[in-house]
Design a protein around this ligand. Structure first.
Ligand code: ZN
Length: 247
């Protein structure tokens, strides 16, 4: 039982307060200003000197913060009077970051496959439901080009990327499209490795048929059928590459 009124000695929970780096404090304040609506896209930030005085930090810290914001795709830094503005468009910074994490192996290839399955089966269902004839024609046209038996693995892969990215882009969810683009590095290497196994002519025939089946399922305008076809397509791709014996 504690002795009421007695002072409890400092335990492990009492740690020296670490001073934070200047640019981290700037990032926090900027985030707070964005969330509160004080700042919004397209706004121009004050000059370096004014920011340094306002934050009470060195100009080097301000420059460091701006470089971080630029690399994250949040601001656009221009020379001259335009200075630093908050970007209207996200750019590819997020996709690039995801790609680098994947390239470093921070996420297992299987995790990427599962993530793609969720994302792309959702996209296939959306496209089937929207029943937009122009989209069906566009996807069919890409699949028709896959029928060319003079395609090499690299050219086929480019068509495959075009097919999957077109499908997700028409869903109108920029974040989903960007996430799929971010997965491209891992997809590309695994896919090219997988395409190099066995007889290429036979692999090409099978892959063309798989995409044709997928387009037929999407054209059925049945979201559940389209989603199942996409899951099956990605599963087969995974068996051919990520899950193959010896990997
Ligand atoms: Zn495919």
């Amino acid at each position: 039982m504690s002795n009421a009124g007695a002072v409890t000695p400092a335990g492990a929970w009492v740690q020296p307060i670490k001073s934070r780096r200047g640019f981290e404090v700037i990032l926090d304040q900027l985030e707070a200003a964005l969330l509160s609506g004080e700042l919004s896209v397209g706004d121009r930030l004050p000059g370096e000197r004014e920011l340094a005085a306002g934050f009470g930090v060195s100009r080097t810290s301000v420059r460091e913060a701006l470089r971080v914001l630029e690399a994250l795709g949040l601001v656009e830094v221009k020379r001259g009077i335009e200075g630093v503005t908050l970007r209207n468009e996200p750019g590819d910074a997020f996709a690039d970051l995801l790609r680098l994490h994947l390239a470093l192996g921070h996420y297992e290839a299987r995790s990427v496959v599962q993530f793609r399955t969720v994302l792309e089966s959702w996209a296939a269902a959306q496209v089937a439901e929207a029943a937009d004839k122009a989209v069906f024609v566009r996807l069919s046209e890409i699949v028709d080009r896959m029928a060319d038996d003079s395609l090499d693995p690299l050219s086929f892969h480019a068509l495959d990327v075009e097919f999957h990215e077109s499908l997700i882009e028409v869903c109108g969810n920029g974040l989903a499209a960007l996430a799929l683009r971010g997965c491209r590095t891992v997809n590309r290497q695994a896919m090219l490795d997988g395409l190099g196994i066995g007889e290429w002519a036979q692999t090409l025939t099978e892959l063309h048929r798989e995409h044709q089946d997928l387009v037929d399922a999407i054209r059925s305008c049945d979201p559940a059928h389209a989603a199942a076809a996409m899951r099956e397509h990605i599963d087969r791709w995974s068996l051919r590459t990520v899950e193959r014996p010896g990997t």
